[in-house]
Design a protein around this ligand. Structure first.
Ligand code: MSP
Length: 500
């Protein structure tokens, strides 16, 4: 059985999740679900990133210890993801003992392999921030936050010899051109590498909220250095060799474009330094913008995904997130666009199709569902749409997969309008057109399931099928003509009532 290991970034717990985070999660969830439908063994990992200055400061502002703060905030992510129906298999917290153990054993290997050394770090330091600044980040020579003079500080730090990996990384990307997708993002990663890489400071002595350096108790690891290693903690690196080798290096990291440098430059180099293969794939999505700006706590333009779910329904929000933005490009969130998508694609296209078919079957055929026709004109259209959806899912292009599925819905509606079964008397013509439409709906349920698991299951049972689209095996279940209802079909309330 083939395997699919998919990860999301782990989220900083300095705030509650917003729609931008939800976008990453729904993308990864749909991909995980698609691969499960394909009969693959899937391991879907997410979690929270709990160390570093940012968290320590958020805790202090709330009069709590960092541990108390993260214990309070991390479950909010789990609750939000449950409500968004994110089907993760493991949730990692970087404050867990299993993670400390993995970080220490991984970085000890890097140290023993000669890629970590101690040196003086010299930088411009703001004592109020307890952080270093680049010259370019200062505002008129002062700390941009406190407007106070910065001091030149020297601190002993451990450094990672990133500069040793420039050529090896370039060779790696040459050999595996698909390692970062889409290709525009691969070029961005290559751009960073070609500029030349400098060694990076990977420990701190000024804060103690982090994983201790095992060979020098004065130091803790810098937050990014511990965070990236979560991907290995969850598959038992250094603890269970067989399990680690089952999942690594065929991993698929889904990330936002702001963290390309960490995932596509630092992380593969760290893996090389520890003597393991770099991750096989990184899939980079764009940002969700609001009013042209990245949605973020600091920008004050956050949208709460759970409020949208209360308003529009879960699967409508999931659908909108994946349908409206091409994976890889930036997307603009607007309430108007969400409403327009909802009305056009869900209330009108899908909702109408279901409503029309079930109503006519209930009214004219006493709820007894007819079978599809083997050589129906819709069969070719369906096969084309499903091939395209399958291809798109395999290429991490959810927007295109959904477009293909909605084309089938559109064509099925067009056929109903042409034949107008509501005007026909019971007989073969009526039965054929309804049987075909039911078969289209069956196929739509399977192909849209990764994005809309609840709605697809609801349609599935409304058209009289047992079980769930979840248990269908793609692509075998995509063959035209398998629809056969075991139950009487009744017309129900609209699944997606039209919105004003
Ligand atoms: N903790 C690091 C990741 C460590 S992974 C080893 C981090 N956390 S984050 O909470 O700031 O961001 C997590 C993810 O959310 C990133 O992929 C980021 O791109 C994504 N997004 C945050 N805001 C976003 C938007 N407005 N739009 C889309 N994705 C966004 O970075």
């Amino acid at each position: 059985m083939s395997r699919f290991f998919i990860t999301t970034p782990i989220y900083y717990v300095n705030d509650v999740p917003h729609l931008g985070h939800a976008y990453t999660m729904v993308s990864a969830d749909a991909l995980a679900r698609w691969h499960r439908l394909n009969g693959e063994e899937v391991f879907f990992l997410t979690g929270t990133d709990e160390h570093g200055l940012k968290i320590a400061q958020a805790a202090a502002e709330n009069d709590m210890s960092p541990k108390e703060w993260t214990d309070r905030l991390s479950p909010r992510f789990q609750t939000a993801w449950k409500r968004l129906n994110i089907s993760y298999d493991d949730f990692i917290r970087t404050t867990e003992p299993r993670h400390y153990e993995t970080v220490q054993s991984f970085l000890t290997s890097v140290y023993e392999n000669g890629y970590i050394y101690k040196d003086l770090y010299r930088g411009l330091y703001c004592v109020s921030c307890e952080a270093y600044y680049q010259e370019s980040e200062l505002a008129g020579g002062m700390c941009p936050i406190h407007n106070r003079p910065v001091t030149v500080m020297e601190e002993e730090n451990y450094f990672f010899r990133l500069s040793a990996f420039t050529d090896r990384l370039l060779e790696w990307y040459e050999r595996f051109p698909e390692a970062v997708r889409p290709s525009s993002k691969r070029n961005e990663a290559l751009g960073f590498i070609r500029q030349g890489l400098q060694d990076i400071s990977i420990t701190r002595t000024s804060i103690d909220w982090g994983v201790p350096v095992p060979w020098d108790s004065e130091h803790v690891f810098y937050v990014w250095y511990d965070a990236l290693i979560n991907y290995l903690t969850a598959i038992d690196y250094g603890r269970d060799k067989a399990r680690f080798e089952r999942w690594w290096p065929n991993v698929h990291h889904v990330i936002g474009k702001d963290i390309i440098r960490f995932h596509c430059v630092w992380w593969p180099a760290m893996c090389m330094a520890a003597g393991i293969d770099p991750p096989a794939n990184v899939f980079v999505h764009g940002w969700l913008l609001v009013g042209g700006e990245k949605m973020a706590k600091s920008a004050g333009n956050k949208v709460d995904p759970l409020e949208l779910v209360d308003d529009f329904g879960l699967d409508a929000v999931r659908y909108y997130l994946l349908r409206d933005t091409n994976f890889g490009s930036d997307g603009d969130f607007t309430y108007e666009a969400l409403t327009a998508r909802y009305n056009a694609d869900l209330a009108n296209n899908l909702g109408n199709l279901l409503q029309r078919v079930t109503t006519v079957v209930a009214n004219k055929l006493g709820g007894r569902a007819p079978r599809p026709v083997a050589d129906s004109p819709l069969a070719g259209i369906a096969s084309h749409a499903l091939n395209r959806a399958q291809d798109s899912w395999n290429k991490f292009a959810p927007q295109d997969a959904l477009e293909a599925v909605w084309l089938l819905i559109h064509e099925t509606n067009a056929r109903l309008e042409e034949v107008a079964p509501w005007k026909l008397e019971p007989g073969p013509e009526l039965e054929n057109v309804l049987g075909d439409a039911l078969e289209s709906l069956r196929l739509v349920c399977i192909a849209a399931f990764p994005v809309m698991p609840d709605a697809a299951s609801a349609v599935w049972s409304r058209i009289g099928l047992d079980g769930s689209p979840k248990d269908q095996l793609a692509p075998a279940s995509f063959h035209w003509g398998r629809y056969q209802s075991q139950k009487k079909i009744e017309k129900g309330e609209p699944l997606f009532p039209r919105r004003k």
